[in-house]
Design a protein around this ligand. Structure first.
Ligand code: NDP
Length: 316
């Protein structure tokens, strides 16, 4: 496993990070979750990503069963706040109250004293930005989070938050967590240039387009047990797995991967890791086998000519 600094911070994160959305507490039960985390740590993955809202706390709870086995110093744990945790109006968003309640709940479920990264999971237009930023600084001062970041904020929102923090002498956001993969390159137009310019790292989510880029949905076949086969889990990928043109282009990716003797998943991850400004890619895996496949993408370098072909197949 190779490691990179998270943006301009001194924090070293593994090129491949492991995330628990839609898997832990949903598809993946405790024994399988334990096996995946154990293997991830063995393979050198140090960054583990979760959120309060993943299965409304259950993903964090599962992690809390597993993490005490490890030396805290070897792990970089990230959690997030924004999405509703209950039907109560104050149990959501980025108000001071919800940020403080949320981090306390996360730490309790994770059985940790602190998280390394705290993400504002979305921008909250209903809360004054300064209120959010001050609350984030407070949890950092209290030692409950070491660094903080944004997730799916616009370039302008990130730049404004960064500017306020800088002017106040507060910790600026150090990382952004956007959706980014070969099928969705929207961040390249303005988000990525802005975060790069501000010295922030990018740890992108769904780098495999939720499994699509592994080639497993070739010709529109939906394997039993896959995310697309599960009506509870497939809401964000239904259109893509029915898009024959897209699936054909993914098959072509498989042909390039063959030349390197690597899997399509490894090729798709290696492509992301070769883009300027990326610190880490946050993969999901519902089995140890998938995790091993994906982790092996670290360190693969694609040739310029192949990068050009891939960029033509999946334009920005
Ligand atoms: P991916 O794009 O990596 O998709 C993961 C899924 O693809 C797996 O659960 C598995 O699904 C399938 N898969 C992965 N590897 C393989 C393989 N080698 N062979 C075959 N199938 C494979 O990422 P996710 O969409 O899961 O997101 C990753 C993480 O990013 C999340 O856990 C979360 O931490 C974070 N995230 C953050 C968001 C945010 O708003 N900040 C939003 C979404 C995610 P299956 O086996 O079921 O088919």
């Amino acid at each position: 496993m190779h490691y990179r600094n998270l943006g301009t911070t001194g924090l070293k994160v593994s090129e491949i990070a492991y995330g628990s959305w839609l898997t832990f507490g949903n598809q993946v039960e405790l024994d399988n979750a334990k096996a995946i985390i154990r293997r991830a740590v063995e393979l050198g993955i140090n960054y583990i990503d979760t959120a309060d809202v993943y299965e409304r706390g259950q993903a964090e709870q599962l992690l809390g069963e597993i993490l005490p086995e490890y030396n805290r110093r070897q792990l970089v744990i990230a959690t997030k706040a924004f999405w509703p945790m209950s039907d109560h109006p104050s149990d959501r968003g980025l108000s001071r109250k919800h940020i403080i309640d949320s981090i306390n709940g996360s730490l309790q479920r994770l059985k940790l004293d602190y998280v390394d990264l705290f993400y504002c999971h979305r921008f909250d237009p209903e809360v004054p930005l300064e209120e959010t930023l001050e609350a984030v600084q407070d949890i950092i001062r209290q030692g409950k989070a070491l660094y903080w970041g944004t997730s799916e904020w616009t370039a302008a929102q990130i730049a404004e938050a960064w500017g306020i923090c800088k002017a106040r002498g507060w910790q600026t956001p150090v990382v952004n967590q956007p959706l980014y993969n070969l099928t969705n390159r929207y961040i390249e137009s303005d988000v990525l240039p802005v975060t790069r310019n501000l010295g922030m790292g990018t740890a992108n989510f769904s780098p495999l387009a939720q499994g699509l880029l592994t080639g497993k949905y070739s010709k529109g076949k939906i394997p039993a047990g896959s995310r697309a086969a599960d009506e509870r889990l497939n809401m964000f990928m239904k259109d893509q797995v029915a898009d024959m043109d897209l699936l054909d282009r993914v098959d072509k990716l498989g042909e390039i991967a063959k030349d390197y003797n690597i899997s399509s998943a490894q090729l798709a991850l290696a492509w992301v890791l070769q883009q300027d400004g990326i610190s880490s890619v946050i993969i999901g895996a519902s089995s140890v086998k998938q995790l091993e496949d994906n982790a092996a993408a670290s360190g693969i370098t694609l040739k310029e000519a192949d990068l050009r072909t891939i960029n033509q197949l999946f334009p920005a």
